[in-house]
Design a protein around this ligand. Structure first.
Ligand code: SDX
Length: 372
């Protein structure tokens, strides 16, 4: 038995959804650089689910289906109002809320392809409404119902603030959603596939994926990057702060990747957005500090910034609460999770690796009265 810790380099399945080859990321063969600049998030959802970019009618149909499914059961709002909301992390609240969605979905246990596709639409459409409702209720505000005349990205920002977002914010948020949508067999996507490979339902698969994304080594890193920037406070503190982290052998959040060796192709788009948005909001210090951190870290260690590093200052510049950064990752990554769940159902085999046993050899049972 050869143990491969963390399954590093292990090819666990085949997939036609996204590829990471020689540090190039594609969704169904389309380079992320092209999609980031040209595609709407709605187009990317269709691409990931149908393996082709939609024509005008297909895009209009998906957009309408998502808009028509964006409302959430009152039970979710009541749940948020009943919970100790300021003690609950938004990812924990999202995890519970998606479970509640399943309880109010008459097709929750249906396993035919059409029902699973309809549930994918409902889950994708409702996660933004859940996230923004939570964000408002914990501030004592009423949730804002989704509108059907705004884009997916625009609707999220509208439901968060109650104001119609400007085109720059919509463009930036749309691009962030496109960049985070899918990423081959990352930990949360693999978690979703392991779950549904038992032929468990789609809601269970998404709840499992939310739990995995929550961790700071995965989607939870972006919130911690912002915490690090706030702790550093000023570009003059970057060097001593990072050096101390290195001396303490602590991980620098937003750096390193299991697969990318020379750099995460998504980071450059988020870096550009960070420079633009921090300038527009009059707080270039967040970008300046981030660039100084990147310079210091990469001078010391061969670990380039990943998708979580510059997304922090982008989301902060959009006025988003720092602990909502990971739920926003989930808003986007739900499209990838759902694509992989549907692909797993389509050609399923139970996922069950082995473990090399390192415990004691055979033992004889001794009754409790005779044990020391
Ligand atoms: C995401 O898989 C995906 O595709 C994920 C993702 C996606 O889109 O789904 O890309 C999104 O999760 C990005 C990663 C977000 N996480 C962080 O930013 C947390 C900080 N990063 C690290 O914890 C780490 O880089 C991981 C978890 C991302 C990758 O971990 P690995 O592959 O297990 O690497 P490792 O921990 O074994 O480190 C290898 C070496 C070690 O040095 P040595 O002990 O061998 O000397 O690199 C060092 C590590 O110390 N290292 C770091 C580091 N990351 C790796 N050192 C300091 N800071 C870091 N961030």
């Amino acid at each position: 038995m050869t143990v491969t810790r963390g399954l590093e380099g292990v090819v666990a399945t085949t997939s036609s959804i996204s590829s990471i080859i020689d540090d190039t990321l594609t969704y169904v063969g389309y380079n992320i650089d092209d999609l980031a600049v040209n595609a709407s998030f709605e187009e990317v959802i269709y691409l990931l689910w149908h393996r082709k970019l939609p024509n005008k009618e297909e895009l209009a149909q998906l957009t309408k289906q998502l808009a028509d499914s964006a409302d959430i059961p009152q039970a979710v709002i009541d749940h948020f109002k009943a919970m100790p909301i300021n003690k609950v992390h938004p990812m924990g609240a999202l995890r519970s809320a998606v479970s509640i969605l399943g309880e109010f979905d008459d097709e929750a246990e249906a396993m035919d392809e059409e029902a699973n596709y309809r549930k994918a639409i409902r889950i994708q459409a409702k996660i933004p409404t859940i996230t923004t409702a939570f964000a408002r209720i914990r501030k004592g505000l009423e949730p804002i119902a989704p509108r059907n005349d705004l884009s997916f990205a625009g609707n999220f920002l509208y439901m968060l603030t109650g104001e119609e977002p400007d085109s720059i914010a919509i463009e930036a948020f749309n691009k962030a959603l496109v960049l985070h949508a899918d990423h081959e067999l990352n930990a949360s996507t693999f978690t979703a596939r392991v779950c549904v490979a038992t032929l468990s339902d789609i809601y269970s698969g998404i709840v499992a994926a939310i739990g995995a994304l929550k961790g700071p080594l995965h989607g939870g890193a972006n919130e911690r990057v912002m915490k690090m920037l706030a702790e550093i406070g000023d570009v003059t503190n970057v060097e001593p702060y990072i050096q101390q982290k290195m001396v303490n052998k602590e991980k620098i959040m937003g750096f390193g990747h299991r697969v990318y060796r020379f750099g995460d192709p998504r980071a450059k788009h988020l870096k550009e957005m960070s420079e633009k948005l921090t300038k527009l909001t009059g707080e270039p210090k967040w970008y300046d500090m981030s660039v100084a951190i990147e310079k210091t870290v990469t001078a010391e260690k061969d670990i380039p910034p990943n998708v979580d590093f510059y997304s922090a200052s982008v989301y902060h510049s959009l006025g988003i609460d720092h602990d909502l950064f990971t739920p926003i990752f989930a808003v986007s990554r739900a499209s990838g999770w759902l694509a992989h769940i549907l692909e797993q159902y389509d050609n399923n085999r139970l996922i069950r690796p082995r473990a090399e046993y390192t415990g004691p050899g055979m033992q004889v049972y001794v009754p409790v009265d005779e044990r020391m």
